[in-house]
Design a binder for this molecule. Sequence first.
Ligand code: ADP
Ligand code: ADP
Length: 245
Amino acid sequence: MLETENLGKTYPTGDEALRDVSVRIDGREVVAMIGPSGAGKSTFVRCINRLVEPTTGSIRLDDTELTALDDDELRDARRNIGMVFQEYNLVERLTVMENVLSGRLGYVSNWAALRRNFPPEDVERAYELLELVGLNGMEDKRVDELSGGQRQRVGIARAVVQEPKILLADEPTSSLDPETSRDVMELLTDIADDRDVPVLINIHEVDLAEAYADRILGLHAGELVFDGSASNLTDESKGVIYRGE
Ligand code: ADP
Ligand code: ADP
């Protein structure tokens, strides 16, 4: 369960990127966050994984208050947050398996640790995940030999191998063609079901959000102006989310 209460972020530049955003995301819900460029979507995600320090409000992940952690606690808490990125953020010269296993290290950039032996159960879990994301047999390929869609599947497997309490995807389809984008959205919804984990996806393609998400959050200028099911996202609500565009 992820719950933000009155989450706000004003950057030192004075840009108010988020204002009083309160949402609760539970279970195996697939939630798409939409809104025009600059609405605050990536700021929201970055506040949750604490790459950005919120100015106001609170963020709870199950029983942990994420805004009140010291560095050690933050490192542990981040293991519970799976991140999928627009540009995949993989290590190009490493193999698929090495990239997936790196998820077990959390976000400590200790690549030397990759070279030590991983426990067999981690390797076992990584194989299972490669199968789940449709990359079985590709464990020894170097990432720089893969297509964009395959890279994103590696990115998803890496995020899930750490058994997160929530999966966050920041524009996961923006670098992909439309067909591959649909495949990736479908995979994210499968992961939510298979792993019983909520998935929050930042996305600017409204049609993909409507087709794959259970629920849609609409941001406009840092404010949550829509929170409802995809079927309730009317042309009028789209007009509110994208007003001025
Ligand atoms: P989105 O992901 O919806 O495009 P962002 O979260 O990237 O929106 O940006 C929201 C607002 O915050 C924008 O006005 C943007 O210019 C501003 N912003 C984002 N990152 C920074 C930053 N590091 N410093 C200052 N302003 C920022
Ligand atoms: P996106 O819309 O996909 O978030 P942006 O082009 O808005 O991408 O942001 C790219 C990078 O620049 C991000 O790291 C963001 O935090 C930073 N950024 C965005 N707006 C500003 C700003 N006004 N001042 C400083 N940094 C910014």
